[in-house]
Design a protein around this ligand. Structure first.
Ligand SMILES: [Zn+2]
Length: 134
């Protein structure tokens, strides 16, 4: 049973084709999920109306964060079919939206360590990655 196909008591906002829910478990306070109403497992399987409805609600949440909290936000979609279903992995497409502040808890726990992952792009790597889009 997909928890996002029948989220009625979790719905905080909706439009014709998408919902906004609070994430539980959550990464930070104010961590929302934006999901299409129809069960879709791959983001590119949403039709144009669903994709537009999802983006409309993502932008709605981001604007609310800016108006009410200042700072910024993160938007993230994880398509990782190799992971098993569980409390933190649901196959129904969902976009995470959470508020960000300068050097916030997420920065302290994750982002500041991410800096070590950034490397300059070599020409070979550029060409190899560009071919993925051929
Ligand atoms: Zn579903």
């Amino acid at each position: 049973m997909c928890p996002f196909c029948d989220p009625k008591d979790r719905v905080l906002k909706e439009n014709e084709y998408a919902y906004v829910l609070l994430s539980n478990p959550r990464k930070v306070e104010g961590h929302f999920l934006v999901i299409p109403k129809r069960h879709v497992e791959k983001p590119w399987e949403m039709n144009g109306e669903e994709a537009s409805a999802v983006m409309e609600l993502i932008f709605f949440v981001q604007k609310k964060f800016e108006q009410k909290l200042g700072g910024g936000s993160n938007v993230r979609e994880n398509y990782m079919p190799f992971l098993p279903q569980g409390r933190t992995k649901v196959n129904h497409v969902h976009y995470h939206v959470w508020p960000r502040q300068f050097e916030d808890r997420m920065y302290q726990l994750v982002d500041k360590h991410d800096k070590q992952l950034f490397e300059d792009l070599s020409e070979e790597e550029h060409d190899r990655a560009a071919k993925l889009l051929d």
